[in-house]
Design a protein around this ligand. Structure first.
Ligand SMILES: [Zn+2]
Length: 109
């Protein structure tokens, strides 16, 4: 067996359970990261939807930073397939392309 040194868990605080709202679930973070790697020019973020009642479960939405005012529901299941449909949308691609064209070319470090 290879002797692999596992990186230490990047857990900041364990006691922030009751007052602090938990971040997005792990699958959503993973899926967002994978999506970001796949669609490098696209900008989106995960936002927490305001709870309707304290008893209701937390809901998450994807926000496209190129198409303000629109929120997308993750899914189906533990995927972002719903949102990926938007990423393929012609209007969305045009906005991304226009933004990329406006942005200065990133200089190599
Ligand atoms: Zn968009």
């Amino acid at each position: 067996m290879p002797k692999a040194t596992a990186p230490p868990p990047t857990r900041t605080s364990v006691s922030a359970f009751e007052s602090q709202p938990a971040g997005p679930p792990q699958w959503l973070r993973n899926a967002t990261k994978a999506m970001q790697e796949k669609w490098r020019h696209d900008k989106f973020t995960v936002i927490q939807r305001r709870k309707v009642s304290p008893a209701s479960t937390q809901e998450w939405r994807l926000k496209c930073l190129d198409c303000p005012g629109k929120l997308y529901t993750p899914g189906p299941g533990e995927t972002l397939a719903n949102y990926e449909i938007h990423l393929r949308n012609r209007l969305h691609r045009r906005r991304v392309n226009e933004r990329v064209r406006r942005e200065p070319v990133r200089s190599k470090l």
